[in-house]
Design a protein around this ligand. Structure first.
Ligand code: ADP
Ligand code: ZN
Length: 610
């Protein structure tokens, strides 16, 4: 098992998908005709403060939301259960909302008549939430009026950032680049005197969780200037002209507060390549506005506004955005290497009691592939593990457990397996562990369990000890072998196989196809097998060849795993018995059980080997 997970960034706006039916309610007499709109759209226009007023009213059998925006009235039907969302959207956007609860007239009551009588219970269920709301809205609308809550203003309020470069670890390679930006902001006159033009736009690009937002905050924090932060996703799925209006408001506020930093997270949401489709007209309008703001804010060189933006898809950005004079500086923020991970861990362990036995270097070594945000989450989870265990200091065991928990979900000891199933799981996992242990280039096995965790009934966890940027053919084959060893153990011991190996087989197929197709590691090596097929050239034939070659790789690896298990059958039996008794075995237990692990010399020239 490899650990690779990322905290997904949820795009909050637009996450709400409320389907709406065609609008039935007609316009009030004398008013302009109302325009039907999806409820989700109206809710976002309320939440972002664009609408000028709103009204929620009951008509026969349904509630109708009317939103007035730029002189037009939009309507959508609302289920009574969703009236709370209307209220909170109006509160978020500081839009006055009036509510008219329906009177229990014959028309509204009739559908709920049961057995010929009027049922107050049903009536309350349907309209109760709305009536309660009326009181609440009255209060909040009054409070808002007193506070003078203007629309928009909350959106463009900057924060004072107290983040410093010291809080961002492992960025030695880009430290000078970002530090320069904050110097420019702090002392624009110095740069101007030397004729240096202040950078306008800087793109920070790299995988999620690598600290791009943190860096932007640190730039503002070090320079001591206001920090305006928005996310590109706030500009999508908005109505006519709203996106560009917001951009204008944002830059106007930043210029007023200048020198300042504007940070646009997920810029690809607005700055993606233009398609020319009518459907993306709104987004393009937003992008055009952004471009013209950037081109235009040459205004006062003594008070610069620097726009930092982040993306994890730099190649998808519209060329117009990254042209010189706009976002013409790009800073790559990559996944941290081992030393950087060590430094990031230090930052997050600064305020936590860590035992002397917990070597952060070891933690850094076993977290290859994790981003800074993952490491921050790991440190927090390790604190929890220590607290759960009633310890006062964080130890290496807590880190290990935290990693396992983050990678595979919490252990579920409450799920009870039958005796037979537990036995089968024990052999399956011990098969992985034993073959992994005996395969010198596999990552060392840290823990084997027969404790259900996430979707699995047991787990074998191997963690890396160093960062590897290349994978040798031997390493790929040994990894494949270890993946298939669970199934091999089932067949060897029970003469039967189970559905439990499904995931293993899928991952093995992916790896084998990758080896045979993209890496030209097929076996036996033929002249053709060195040639990576172009996807478009004779697609069927080359896909077929790759499939055949991948099958051979999988079969070879499976047979090799089976051989190893047959050869070490006694270790497999002892290991499974011990695992059944203790539920979980750690790396030290395995070392005692299996004896010394075969060593490996990786990538030594063949002549030296001889
Ligand atoms: P991104 O914007 O690249 O998705 P963030 O800046 O939002 O990532 O990172 C989320 C959190 O992860 C930060 O608030 C911080 O706690 C932690 N983090 C990420 N990278 C680093 C780093 N280089 N040094 C210290 N902490 C980091
Ligand atoms: Zn398995």
């Amino acid at each position: 098992m490899r650990i690779r997970y990322h905290v997904a960034a949820l795009a909050l706006m637009g996450a709400l998908t409320v389907s709406s039916v065609a609008v039935a309610a007609g316009p009030p007499p004398g008013a302009a005709p109302a325009i039907g709109a999806p409820l989700s759209t109206l809710l976002s226009r309320l939440a972002d403060g664009h609408a000028s007023s709103a009204a929620l009213a009951g008509t026969s059998g349904a509630l109708t939301l009317r939103v007035t925006d730029a002189g037009r009235v939009y309507v959508a039907p609302v289920l009574a259960e969703l009236s709370g969302q209307v209220l909170s959207a109006a509160q978020t956007g500081h839009v006055p909302l009036s509510v008219t609860p329906p009177a229990p007239t014959a028309a509204t009551v009739r559908p709920y008549l049961s057995g010929g009588g009027f049922s107050l219970g049903v009536w309350l269920q349907t309209w109760g939430p709305l009536i309660l709301l009326t009181g609440l809205v009255g209060v909040s609308a009054a409070a808002l009026r007193m506070a003078g809550g203007g629309r928009f203003r909350h959106r463009v309020r900057p924060v004072v950032s107290d983040t410093k470069f010291d809080d961002v670890a492992g960025i030695d390679e880009i430290r000078d680049d970002v530090a320069e930006i904050s110097h420019v902001l702090a002392k624009p006159a110095v740069y101007r005197a030397l004729g240096a033009t202040v950078p306008k736009g800087v793109i920070l690009h790299g995988p999620p969780g690598t600290g791009k937002t943190l860096l932007a905050k640190a730039v503002a924090g070090e320079a001591g200037v206001p920090f305006f932060s928005v996310s590109g996703s706030e500009f999508v799925e908005v109505y006519a002209g709203l996106g560009s209006k917001r951009i204008r408001a944002l830059f106007a506020a930043a210029r007023k507060a200048a020198p300042a930093v504007i940070y646009i997270d997920e810029i690809d949401a607005i700055g993606g390549r233009r398609t020319g489709h009518a459907s993306s007209g709104e987004r393009e309008q937003t992008l055009d506005q952004l471009l013209s703001e950037i081109d235009g804010f040459r205004t006062d060189p003594a008070k610069p506004v620097v726009v930092l933006a982040s993306t994890n898809r730099i190649d998808d950005l519209d060329p117009a955005l990254v042209r010189s004079g706009r976002f013409d500086r790009k800073i790559a923020v990559g996944l941290p290497d081992r030393r950087a991970r060590r430094e990031i861990l230090d930052v997050h362990l600064r305020t936590r009691p860590v035992s002397k036995r917990a070597d952060p270097d070891r933690v850094a070594a076993m977290t290859a592939g994790l981003a800074g945000a993952d490491l921050a989450a790991l440190c927090n989870e390790a604190s929890f593990e220590a607290a759960r265990a009633g310890d006062t200091q964080i130890d290496i065991g807590h880190f290990r457990k935290a990693l396992l928990r983050l990678a595979g979900g919490p252990e579920r000891r409450s799920r009870v397996l039958s005796r037979e199933e537990r036995r089968l799981v024990a052999y399956h996992e011990m098969g992985h562990a034993l073959v992994g242990y005996m395969s010198p280039s596999c990552d060392p096995v840290e823990r084997v369990t027969v404790i259900p965790q996430g979707h699995a009934l047991g787990v074998t966890v191997a963690l890396p000890t160093e960062d590897r940027f290349l994978a040798t053919r031997t390493e790929c084959m040994e990894r494949l072998r270890m993946m298939l060893a669970g199934r091999a153990a089932e067949e060897l011991v029970f003469g039967e196989c189970t559905s439990g190996a499904g995931d293993d087989l899928k991952r093995a197929a992916v790896l084998a196809r990758h080896m045979a197709g993209d890496l030209a590691m097929a076996e036996p090596r033929t002249d053709e097998s060195l040639m990576v097929a172009l996807p478009q050239a004779d697609g069927d034939q080359s896909a077929h060849d790759v499939e055949t070659a991948a099958q051979i790789l999988v079969r070879t690896a499976f047979e090799r795993a089976m051989d190893m298990l047959v050869c070490h059958r006694d270790l497999l039996e002892n290991g499974a018995a011990m695992l059944l008794e203790h539920e979980a075995l750690e790396s030290e237990d395995l070392a005692t059980l299996f004896g010394p692990r075969p060593g490996v010399s990786r990538l030594a020239p063949v002549s030296e080997n001889a």
